[in-house]
Design a protein around this ligand. Structure first.
Ligand SMILES: CC(C)(COP(=O)(O)OP(=O)(O)OC[C@H]1O[C@@H](n2cnc3c(N)ncnc32)[C@H](O)[C@@H]1OP(=O)(O)O)[C@@H](O)C(=O)NCCC(=O)NCCS
Length: 149
């Protein structure tokens, strides 16, 4: 079954935090951090979930109210057993639909082939690198998306 993509509600917090732990392990955001994201839902955060009865994916965007300001894609993940079935793409499509006319930036570990493959497929391009940025010395790649009309 194709999951539906919808905005997160407060009741999703626990499910998303649990999935974040599965997807990111030690790099997972803390409960406090997730609470902070949900607190900003009516301000500058957009959280979308892929819902199959349970949450199987999510994307978090920082969308400043001033449209001249860049949007940041802070996080995207899909449950490991659901990957490569198009859910990440569904989440990206829904996220970018909210970014019409804006520039979107993100940062990704240089070795994260699945994420870089996903972003590249949506037209994100590498614009810079931060050498040795991650623990273990991996580079961070900065990627940018602009709507092509
Ligand atoms: C990145 C991630 C969200 C992709 O989700 P997904 O649901 O598997 O993505 P999709 O099935 O929609 O794939 C879309 C495209 O992304 C690319 N892609 C996805 N997984 C890939 C992989 N393992 N290797 C190379 N390209 C990949 C492909 O271009 C793919 O299109 P295709 O299947 O037609 O070839 C998922 O792998 C994930 O949750 N990773 C762990 C969390 C993470 O690292 N997030 C990014 C940093 S915040």
């Amino acid at each position: 079954m194709r999951p539906g993509i919808r905005p997160a509600v407060v009741d999703d917090l626990q499910g998303i935090a649990a999935l974040d732990e599965v997807c990111f392990g030690q790099e997972a955001w803390s409960d406090t951090a997730w609470l902070g994201e949900f607190d900003r839902l009516n301000e500058d955060r957009v959280i979308l979930v892929a819902d199959e009865g349970a949450v199987v994916g999510y994307v978090v965007l920082l969308v400043p109210p001033m449209t001249a300001d860049v949007v940041e894609l802070l996080r995207i993940a899909v449950a490991p057993e659901e990957r490569r079935t198009g859910i990440g793409g569904q989440l990206m499509t829904a996220a970018l639909a909210r970014c019409a006319g804006r520039t979107v930036l993100l940062e990704v570990a240089a070795g994260n082939e699945s994420a870089i493959g996903l972003y590249g497929g949506f037209g994100f391009e590498e614009i810079s690198r931060r050498r040795g940025y991650y623990a273990g010395g991996e580079d961070a790649v900065i990627m940018r998306w602009r709507e092509t009309l």
